[in-house]
Design a binder for this molecule. Structure first.
Ligand code: BES
Ligand code: MN
Ligand code: ZN
Length: 490
């Protein structure tokens, strides 16, 4: 979607959109429109849209009014930013495939600040993303028609505010694209190639470890996961040095299992296709790095992604195998479907050794148990550091990428002691998300602030939400971006 700014409503405009707060109506509207809105019970609630037709100087115009809710926030527990995003997103949802090709968003008397206007635009753009690449026979009425949004009457600095927000939108969209792609298109090598392409010219540095390099470094755990696949594994690091030279970086690590069959501990057939998005953590890290590099964040940040495909094969690892991780800790592989932690442990260890980060936060579609616990509203967040946990919580609240703190403790940790090795890769069924987090914690050096976000319930949506259509959500990108804004750049 093309978002432009203009002083005046473009000639030939057929659709004008306005944004209004709850209980208020824009001034100067035709009585028929006001009456129509009233009859349709339009109240200006966040995300409500009313539209009607009016005659102005001989032309018939379609006028849509989007509700932004109560300006003091609070509606459904949402804040002002969420409500403004909902207003923009609702316009997109209504007009994306409506046949309308352009829309003039008239903010002249909206009273919105530049940042508020940018929130409306962010909602508008994010709700319009779709993955139609392989749908070659779409019916006319299924195709996207709305291509251009012209913003009129916004405060002067709105364009700059939008430029900043649009970098985040680009990051979210890149993540969604990676996550939505099937596993015959996005596998470790092609994931890396797609990153190399989009990061070209951004100034970010990409470091790629191939299997030979990973073996040399002793990454026996991630390599064991990938050994049953024809697709070679990779570690990808994306480094953005926008902060003070020599300042320690903040580090994000992502699980990038491009397809998770479960391996020899094969998953049941029905629903297995969902495991194409088992790289949602790595996708979020890549998209967040793109957002940061695009908006030239004044921060040093590195994103590390462990990329593998988990397949059953004659060469695949077996239940009962013992492997040695890069940290030197040995792992008893009781279940080859608990592969995410085996990918992350080497990625986390390498990231700490290679980059000496300020703090490290990983993102992973790690456990089905997380979905059982929190559903699709919050990602589970585990942390060894109160301050880091509080900051992630705040960034989640500020962006809508919400996280809910989960416990860690020695009693849970004990459950993954192995009789034959240092650690086993699964605990008992109860508390499955927690023992997975305990596994990761064993690979975090003492004194390094660390958090783990289990996004199994968040990377993919079966139905459309506020700022996303059904499919890949891009969860995590905005959380990471906001964390960097508030804590590293500020
Ligand atoms: N990728 C899955 C977790 C998952 C499940 C993500 C459903 C999203 C939706 C992970 O690799 C996995 O298979 N976890 C197992 C762990 C178990 C074997 C201890 C699980 O959750 O069942
Ligand atoms: Mn698995
Ligand atoms: Zn997995």
């Amino acid at each position: 979607m093309n978002i432009l700014f203009s002083q005046t409503i473009p000639a030939g405009t057929k659709l004008i959109a306005l944004v209004t707060n709850k209980g208020a109506m824009p001034d100067g509207l035709e009585p028929a429109l006001v009456e129509g809105a009233k009859t349709a019970r339009f109240k200006g609630s966040a995300g409500q849209v009313f539209d009607g037709f009016v005659e102005r100087s001989g032309d018939i115009l379609r006028v849509a009014i989007a509700g932004a809710g109560d300006p003091s926030g609070g509606e459904n527990g949402d804040d002002r930013r969420t409500n403004l995003e909902k207003a923009g997103a609702a316009l997109t949802a209504k007009f994306l495939t409506s046949g309308e090709t352009s829309l003039a968003l008239d903010l002249t008397n909206s009273g919105l600040s530049a940042r508020e206007a940018a929130s409306v635009l962010l909602g508008l753009r994010l709700r319009g993303w779709r993955h139609d690449e392989y749908r070659t026979r779409l019916k006319e009425e299924q195709k996207i028609t709305l291509k251009t949004v012209t913003v009129v009457g916004a405060p002067e600095s709105a364009e700059a505010a939008w430029k900043d927000a649009s970098a985040v939108a680009a990051g979210v969209e890149f993540t969604r694209h990676l996550v939505a792609e099937p596993a015959n298109k996005v596998f470790p090598i092609s994931f890396v190639e797609r990153c190399q392409k989009v990061f070209e010219g951004t100034g970010a540095e990409l470091i790629v470890l191939d299997e030979a390099k990973m073996a040399e470094l002793g990454m026996g755990s991630i390599l064991a996961v990938g050994q049953g696949s024809e697709q070679p594994s990779r570690i990808l690091a994306i480094r953005w040095n926008g902060g003070d030279a020599g300042a320690k970086p903040m580090c994000f690590v992502g699980k990038g299992v491009t397809f998770d069959t479960g391996g020899i501990s094969l998953k049941p057939g029905p629903g297995m296709e969902e495991m194409k998005w088992d790289m949602g953590g790595a996708g979020a890290v890549a998209g967040a790095m793109l957002a940061l590099a695009t908006r030239k964040a004044k921060a040093n940040v590195v994103g590390v992604m462990g990329l593998v495909e988990n397949m059953p094969d004659g060469k695949a690892q077996r239940p009962g195998d013992v492997v040695t991780s890069m940290s030197g800790q040995t792992i008893e592989v009781l279940n080859t479907d608990a592969e995410g932690r085996m990918v992350l442990c080497d990625a986390l260890h390498w990231a700490q050794q290679e980059f000496s980060p300020l703090a490290i936060v990983d993102f992973a579609t790690l456990t089905g148990a997380m979905v059982i616990a929190l559903g699709h509203e919050y990602a589970g967040m585990f942390a060894n550091d109160e301050d880091l946990a509080a900051k992630l919580d705040a960034a989640g609240k500020a962006t809508g990428d919400k996280v809910w703190r989960m416990p860690l403790s020695p009693a849970y940790d004990k459950l993954i002691d192995s009789p034959i090795a240092d650690i086993k890769n699964v605990g008992p069924r109860p508390g499955g998300s927690i023992t997975a987090a305990q596994f990761l914690q064993r690979f975090i050096a003492k004194g390094t602030p660390w958090a783990h976000c289990d996004i199994a319930g968040m990377a993919w949506a079966d139905k459309a939400g506020t700022t996303w259509d059904k499919g890949a959500t891009g969860f995590g990108v905005r959380l990471i971006d906001q964390y960097i804004r508030d804590n590293v750049e500020a």
